[in-house]
Unconditional design. Structure first.
Length: 549
């Protein structure tokens, strides 16, 4: 593929105006040796493709992000579209014509979760102003209606002078994304830590937003576990995939959100007089303690019930069942038969990971990549556990990386399980989309986890000097090379299908923004500044406890 200099195309921007820029020529999938032109539904036959240099790919990705994906509100960028629209407006004989499809479901909206990599990249790229506007815009959209007060929309769109949030009322299946509400405080903390804009966090409207979030989650429920119970499809996996109950990703995000909220409230407390008797300061101190106690319990719970390695599985298999009372070893009444045999190979001698879900009688042993990477990034996992996780990923590289890093979940639901648990969902057939598909937007999370770990680990750690270091280095570098070569060629597709991830996703959107941002982050962390892997560092429980006493 190549990008000829000087050829101009006209693209619709997010606010509907036309942006002018060079066309990006790509190898057209399924048309070997021919290349299609982005923004034009006609395929132009061109000469044999030329490999793009790394610098060219980075330049294209930056152009897509800054000039094509960004949405303006009141003439300023506030976030990025999920996918860059494929319909193009072109001038034909002096007339402006729209070529291509009608609006693409909700991919023209600004999703909070999809904007996490975008905002992290913007922070590292010196654009905290856009991140601040994104956070403010989301805050304006935080629900205040009685039944949903405190929740953030999954996505929003700009309609003239209005912002319209989707709280699930427009989504297929009317699913509300719980993760969006958990991501906001995390991103707010990351923004403040990186930009040092503490005054932003101390503003009354930001503190009110945090209060609404706490009012939403710090309330009595029907059970005394520290996990958050959600419906099917309440996070990145936003369709039925038997991920209702207490899916890992939500629990790890909850942990991050609790610590981040405590830190942001702590900043406000700091600016008041120490030990102030002001009732609102007392309330904040009390809340911080509740939040921190919860975070501590949650971490302990995740390590006790979600963490598995070859040792814990052997203990699990030999426990008695049907126990009753306070001091039992098998609280969730798990039968040995419910523990899948594939775990033996998958775990190997050194591997460990956080399982997908804990429900009575039914642990979900599927591996969910994002939840596990976040478990390492947020230090839910101890340093040795992080090494066990990396070892597991290395050992199962053929499955998790294969031809397109990284697989979102493993193994896929198949046969009757797929039929009954997804409701015959054709998008989520085995090895497709959320059900074992490969998502390039996930790689940077693993890179971040590994670089953070390497920075924080002692000299005797397996990662800095020993057996993990070289193979992990190799895995990350080769994975990055895959993105570098395949993504521009395959139009920055949203996801890839099949047991090796070699096929472009059957219904994948093209020019998916978090694919682009994920690539830019992988490039930044591996090639530009690995030190920036501290961008997601959360405050430590101990220092937060001290701050509220
Ligand atoms: C799909 C994905 C979801 C993503 C959205 C927008 O619904 O499942 O995770 O946020 O597309 O890209």
């Amino acid at each position: 593929m190549s990008e000829p200099a000087g050829r101009e195309s006209r693209w619709p921007t997010a606010n509907g105006s036309l942006a002018t820029g060079p066309q990006i020529l790509c190898k057209s999938p399924g048309v070997s040796g021919k290349r299609g032109v982005v923004g034009d539904n006609r395929t132009r036959i061109l000469e044999a493709p030329r490999m793009l240099s790394e610098a060219e790919v980075v330049r294209i990705a930056r152009d897509l992000l800054y000039n094509r994906a960004m949405v303006n509100y009141q003439d300023k960028p506030i976030g990025a579209l999920a996918a860059i629209p494929q319909k193009a407006r072109v001038y034909v004989d002096g007339q402006l014509k729209v070529v291509g499809s009608s609006p693409d479901l909700n991919y023209h909206e600004v999703f909070i979760r999809d904007n996490v990599p975008v905002m992290v990249f913007l922070l590292l790229d010196g654009r905290p102003d856009i991140v601040r506007r994104f956070l403010d815009t989301c805050l304006d959209l935080q629900s205040t209606s009685p039944q949903t007060a405190g929740i953030f929309p999954s996505s929003f769109t700009v309609d003239g002078e209005r912002l319209l949030g989707d709280y699930g009322q427009r989504a297929i299946g009317r699913v509300i994304s719980v993760d969006a509400t958990l991501w906001w405080p995390i991103l707010a903390h990351v923004y403040v830590q990186r930009s040092q804009d503490r005054d932003w966090a101390r503003q009354p409207q930001v503190q009110r937003g945090l209060q609404r979030f706490l009012d939403l989650i710090l309330r009595p429920g029907f059970c005394d576990v520290p996990t958050l119970h959600v419906p099917d499809g309440a996070f990145m996996i936003d369709r039925p995939l038997d991920v209702w109950g207490c899916p890992l990703e939500i629990q790890v995000l909850l942990y991050g959100a609790l610590l981040s909220t405590a830190a942001l409230i702590g900043l406000d407390l700091q600016s008041r007089e120490a030990g102030s008797a002001d009732p609102s300061a007392q309330k904040q101190r009390w809340q911080m303690q509740q939040v921190l106690n919860w975070a501590r319990r949650l971490r302990g719970y995740l390590l006790k019930h979600y963490w598995v390695n070859t040792h814990t599985v052997q203990v699990l298999r030999r426990r008695p069942t049907e126990q009753y009372g306070d001091a039992v070893s098998n609280e969730y009444n798990i039968q040995t038969e419910a523990i899948p045999p594939w775990l033996q190979h998958w775990l190997g001698a050194r591997g460990g990971y956080l399982i997908g879900n804990v429900r009575t009688g039914r642990l979900d042993f599927r591996f969910f990549t994002l939840g596990n990477c976040l478990g390492a990034i947020f230090d839910v996992l101890s340093q040795p556990q992080q090494r066990a996780l990396f070892s597991l990923i290395l050992q199962n590289r053929a499955e998790l990386v294969a031809e397109m890093p990284l697989r979102i979940s493993h193994p896929p639901l198949e046969g009757d399980e797929w039929r009954h648990k997804t409701g015959y969902d054709p998008k989520n057939r085995p090895w497709c989309y959320h059900n074992g598909g490969h998502w390039p937007c996930l790689l940077w999370f693993l890179i971040l986890a590994v670089l953070r770990h390497r920075r924080g680990s002692g000299f005797d750690s397996g990662l800095r000097n020993g057996w993990l270091y070289l193979p992990m280095q190799d895995l990350l570098q080769k994975s990055y090379q895959i993105l570098l070569q395949r993504l521009p060629e395959q139009k920055w597709a949203e996801y890839f299908d099949g047991p090796t991830g070699v096929w472009m996703g059957q219904q994948a959107r093209l020019y998916q923004t978090w694919t682009v941002a994920g690539f830019l982050l992988a490039h930044h962390l591996l090639k530009v500044n690995p030190e920036d892997a501290n961008v997601f560092d959360l405050p430590k429980l101990g220092s937060l406890y001290r701050a509220c006493h």
